[in-house]
Ligand binder design. Structure first.
Ligand SMILES: Cc1ncc(COP(=O)(O)O)c(C=O)c1O
Length: 406
């Protein structure tokens, strides 16, 4: 291994959401009034989806070089270097090509979603997405005052499936013009099969809907899996928007740059007109993302291998100690979606329970994953294995102590 993923990096005093923002984000308590049994420095942070790993040296070096230039004036993408790097990544990794004119930028996939939901849905129209769901699909809808329709996924013995019968009916409603589609899916980690993708595409096309395919997790996969962009399935469908970024899988969400491929020229113009940053981007972000696409391949491979080993470790732990949870390693993401509902008393507030009883910060349940998520917890495994070992033991002890095993 060229890179060291065992290193524990202290994130205190870096204004990191993960280290310092959890009281507000998880418990709605920005002033820190709520008391916990653990001190701040004792918590293990398995919540929000960023990593405890340092960025690739290649990215850090590229940023240093750009910093040394010394001028950070108004910036956007004028030459072809960045679009070419991203296009080559898509072609090499997923054999996916797009027209460069479709490529728009945003500080994040979420800000883009906030804009697009309002652009696509009239005030009396609804936004459809699968649940359990990444929380911001809901927040983007409520921000715009749009009603939501939940397509509840079906859970059976560790496997999550789409409910196509329900999806057919929900898409047939002319007041629901938009499907927000998570490919691969956060939080379940499902990589959809090509057959599933084709069925979704058929339903969307039949009903002439817009689809926003959020593919931010697509480079974080278990060995042997592959990613199919929705843009390959819906080859010429004009109402497809694809969101991708190197931010998530290279651990640079704070640099805030994402790629939004918008095929429909009218929607694209509306999106650009609605950009409150009037097109400007952070110069360091462009440099960093370009370095990731051009030079980050080996780091990504090693990081995926490291996370695969973390998944294998927790799989063994759960199978041995808590087999009732029927844990299955997900196809994608560095997030384990685990059914603690199987081993805790019904109605347990999982976020509070694990914070207080185990000193482990996690996200779980409907409060953070919108709907269809009760009893489930998302564990972030993009961290040194030594930390995961401590967290797993503490969580297990807390469950035993609570006498909660059914
Ligand atoms: C499915 C999904 N979309 C988007 C985001 C965040 O995107 P961004 O940081 O580009 O706004 C996340 C972060 O966890 C995510 O899981």
């Amino acid at each position: 291994m060229k890179y060291d993923f065992d290193q524990i990096v202290d994130r205190s005093n870096t204004n990191a959401l993960k280290r310092d923002g959890w009281r507000e984000y998880i418990f709605g308590d920005p002033e820190g009034k709520k008391q916990f049994n653990f001190k701040d420095e004792e918590f293990i942070h398995m919540w929000v989806a960023d990593m405890e790993f340092k960025c690739a040296d290649e990215i850090i070096d590229a940023i240093h070089k750009r910093v040394d230039h010394g001028i950070f004036g108004y910036t956007t993408v004028y030459n072809d270097d960045y679009p070419n790097a991203f296009a080559k990544w898509c072609k090499d990794r997923y054999d996916f090509e797009f027209n460069k004119e479709e490529l728009c930028y945003s500080p994040g996939i979420i800000p883009a979603l906030y804009e697009l939901v309002g652009d696509i849905c009239a005030p009396d129209e609804k936004v459809l997405f699968q649940t359990p769901s990444y929380g911001f699909f809901k927040h983007a809808s409520t921000y715009n005052g749009r009603e939501m329709v939940f397509n509840k996924m079906k859970y059976n013995a560790g496997e999550w499936e789409l409910d196509f019968d329900e999806l057919e009916k929900q898409c047939a409603d002319p007041k629901t013009p938009l499907l927000v589609w998570c490919n691969p899916h956060n939080p379940t980690g499902r990589i959809w099969t090509d057959d599933e993708l084709k069925r979704v595409a058929e339903i969307v096309e039949k009903n002439d809907m817009y689809i926003i395919s959020d593919e931010i997790h697509c480079d974080m996969r278990r060995a042997g899996t592959s990613h199919t962009p929705m843009g390959k399935i819906m080859k010429d469908y004009p109402k497809l928007v694809t969101s991708m970024s190197a931010s998530k899988c290279f651990n640079m969400a704070g640099l805030q740059l994402s790629n939004i491929l918008i095929r429909d020229p009218e929607l694209r113009q509306k999106f650009k007109d609605g950009d409150k940053l009037v097109g400007f981007l952070n110069p360091l972000s462009i440099t960093a993302m370009q370095a990731a696409y051009e030079e980050g391949g080996q780091w990504l491979q090693e990081m995926n291998d490291y996370v695969d080993a973390n998944f294998a470790y927790i799989k063994e732990f759960f199978d041995k100690n808590l087999p009732e949870m029927e844990f299955k390693i997900p196809d994608s993401t560095y997030l384990a979606w685990v059914n603690f509902g199987a081993v805790l008393p019904a109605g347990t507030d999982v976020n509070e329970f694990f914070a207080n009883e185990a000193g482990v910060l996690i996200e779980g349940g409907d409060a953070l994953f919108v709907d269809n998520a009760e009893g489930f917890v998302r564990l972030n495994l993009a961290m040194p294995k030594s930390q995961i070992e401590i967290a797993m033991q503490r969580m297990y002890d807390a469950i035993e102590k609570a006498g909660g095993r059914k």
